[in-house]
Design a protein around this ligand. Sequence first.
Ligand code: NAD
Length: 477
Amino acid sequence: MADKQPGIGAIVESVVGELEARGVTVDAPSAPPAFDGRGIVADIENAVAAARSSFEESAAMTLETRASAIEAMRAVMLANLERISHMAVDETGLGRFEDKLRKNRLAVMSTPGLEDLKPMAYSGDHGLTLVERAPYGVIGSITPSTNPTETIICNAISMVAGGNAVVFNPHPSARARSLTCIDLLNRAIAETGGPRALLHAVSAPSIESAQALMAHEGVRLLVVTGGPGVVRAAMQSGKKVVAAGPGNPPVVVDETADIARAGRDIVSGATLDNNIVCIAEKEIIAVRSVVAELKAALADAGAVEVKGPAAEKLSDLIFDQGSTPGKHAPVARDLIGKNVEIILERAGIACPPGARMAFMETDRSHPLVWSEQMMPVLPLVAVEAADEAIDFAKQAERGFGHTAVIHSRNIDRLSRMAKLMDVSIFVKNGPSHAGLGFGGEGFTTFTIASPTGEGLTRASTFTRERRCTLVDYFRIV
Ligand code: NAD
């Protein structure tokens, strides 16, 4: 029923092959190295001071050493891919091990490094002007519970490639695996000639330590990845902020779409790590004439339809604190990131073996349409026509400007929805994760900054532009 996933061994082997082809040596350790708490201190004051001093030390690193450090960071995470992916599921109970492996692998392999920092030159009658990318210094990075290791891997690679030192404030529920990643990454940097620790964190991260980090005058740039609360708090800090906030991605299916493919892609996108990823499809909006065919395609791809009183029971379970039609509502926290069979079992609904997702046909005002549920249960809303579906998708996305998806072969509609949605990631005829470079072209990131407009962040996002002008000389033609 569900997609056949390649085994862990095959995934690791293929990544090792790719890295070795780039000339990187990957040692798969027989036993993981002992945690030595590198870069981990008791409070934010000490973390920022240590980060400042490591940043100053790192100024002596050549670009070649920095590039080697990035490759060593990739190699060490790769060698520990299985371990951190296991820890990720065990620590918070969110998501699926095999999907964590894929996401961590993607972060390791597809986050750009120094190649993203291209200098620019202007040459003319008045000489030569050079524009280069400089580090900010100490960056404060607040990371989520949903993609904790992926975010730390991505941000660490991008920020170190940009020449920065970092103080991370991981989500408290992901403390152990986040600190483990920081420790491993620091060692890799040190082993290639960098400071003993370029990445820092407090040993017991909390909302209070995140707020202290936001307020610290030694932090020049704040990068927050999380829900609306942390984005709001960061925006009020008075610092420059790169904010990667929540989403509620709609997927539209019209009557011209390849419906079998749409069904497969929706299940693939919406079930990645049990829907906790911010870009994952959260509501399906389909033209009524293809709804029956789409339901069959979803079922073929591993989704189960829940109807009638069972659907009501499931809604009551998900919105256990109540909800209002047409509004988003808090979802039951203990269902977030759980496998569909666990969620259905709690609602007393039988789940066919191998199912990865449930869906229910709802009206437009159902709270599942308006809430970022982060679990593999999706509403499906039927509408009369494609333009109506697109207009409703715009409303359902709630102005986050994050991600949207369409399945259609009508180029006017593809184009209209792309413009109207005004989102950081727009995917046509594929699963949402194709927009993250997972089954689609392009680099990856797990920090997608929609509220502040940087979109998919990368090394250059974490640098400042500096210009140097030489008057009248050095134009060589
Ligand atoms: P969360 O907002 O609960 O926590 C994120 C981080 O912010 C944690 O480290 C937390 O300790 C801190 N935090 C929360 N409230 C704070 C406050 N008031 N002051 C200071 N720090 C605060 O989010 P989560 O549950 O860990 O992650 C899920 C959310 O993050 C979803 O909304 C998801 O869409 C979003 N997300 C977005 C992206 C993106 O790239 N845009 C990536 C991952 C997750």
